[in-house]
Design a protein around this ligand. Structure first.
Ligand code: CAA
Length: 242
């Protein structure tokens, strides 16, 4: 163990989470990436960064308790938690199956409870910490085909504000970042015609890059952001101005 601060990034081996993990490492953190299923991405992450990926289902409360204990034992006390893991199960509401609703709520929203609950006692004791929740533009404005995803992402914003209120006196900040449409595997599944229509509504005229979410995360995790808490920060190319 070293004196470096430790950050956990859920969904940290791919997409936005990987960009965040890389950036936090560049900022001097030890980084633990928590991943669900993709062992190849986990291996690639470990080879590239020299940091370790930990398998855990973030929708499972006990699994989150266990993985946080394991990370603390191997790397040390947690300074920053980035709740980034998320999935989509897009479909019009009238066609949506209960499974598509529950999977998205469990993985995207209940995971924030599960992971934050595991790290918050230590952060409160040490009077230090950062919790950064990766929400979405679609939690702010809604999106056709995403009643489940928008509900989970909007839920993360309410969660962020309430936990920020409860944590401020302990010098723990809790913030939400709302990415717009970012070039990742998730957005690559959107059909070309729908994506073209969406990009037409982005004033900067392009999708975002994962690194552009990582830069904001890096700031929120830093000492410079001690006075920023309970905030919902949009990084969306001007697509939605909340
Ligand atoms: N706005 C308005 N109308 C729309 C629409 C939209 N965005 N999308 C589809 N429709 C209309 C169609 O034109 C069609 O109309 P008609 O019946 O009059 O022909 C009707 O709705 C089709 O309805 P269906 O229920 O049959 O929808 P579908 O099965 O064809 O497609 C869908 C539904 C798969 C959800 C599709 O709309 C879609 O892919 N939407 C994009 C969802 C999206 O943006 N997901 C983001 C994923 S990335 C992400 O989530 C990351 C992040 O945080 C930004």
């Amino acid at each position: 163990m070293t004196n470096q601060k430790v950050a956990i990034v859920t969904g940290g081996t791919r997409g936005i989470g990987l960009a965040i993990a890389r950036q936090l490492k560049a900022d001097g953190f030890r980084v633990a990436a928590v991943y669900g299923h993709d062992k190849n991405a986990a291996k690639a992450f470990e080879t590239e960064t020299g940091e370790k990926a930990f398998q855990a289902d973030v929708s499972d409360y006990d699994a989150c308790q266990k993985v946080v204990q394991k990370i603390e034992k191997e790397l040390g006390e947690i300074h920053t938690l980035v709740n980034n893991a998320g999935i989509t199960r897009d479909s019009s509401f009238h066609k949506m199956q209960p499974q598509a609703w529950h999977e998205v709520i469990h993985t995207n929203l209940n995971s924030c409870f599960n992971m934050s609950h595991a790290v918050i006692p230590g952060m409160r004791e040490r009077k230090a910490g950062r919790i950064i929740n990766i929400s979405s533009i679609n939690g702010q404005k809604g999106q056709f085909g995403q009643t489940n995803y928008a509900a989970a992402k909007a839920g993360m914003i309410g969660f962020t504000k309430s936990l920020a209120l409860e944590s401020a006196s302990r010098k723990i900040t809790v913030n939400a970042i709302c990415p717009g449409y970012i070039e990742t595997d998730m957005t690559s599944k959107i059909s070309a015609d729908i994506l073209t229509a969406i990009i037409g509504h982005i004033p900067v005229g392009r999708m975002g890059r994962p690194e552009e979410i990582a830069y904001m995360t890096s700031f929120l995790a830093s000492d410079k952001a001690a006075f920023v808490t309970g905030a919902t920060l949009s990084v969306n190319g001007g697509q939605y101005m909340a």
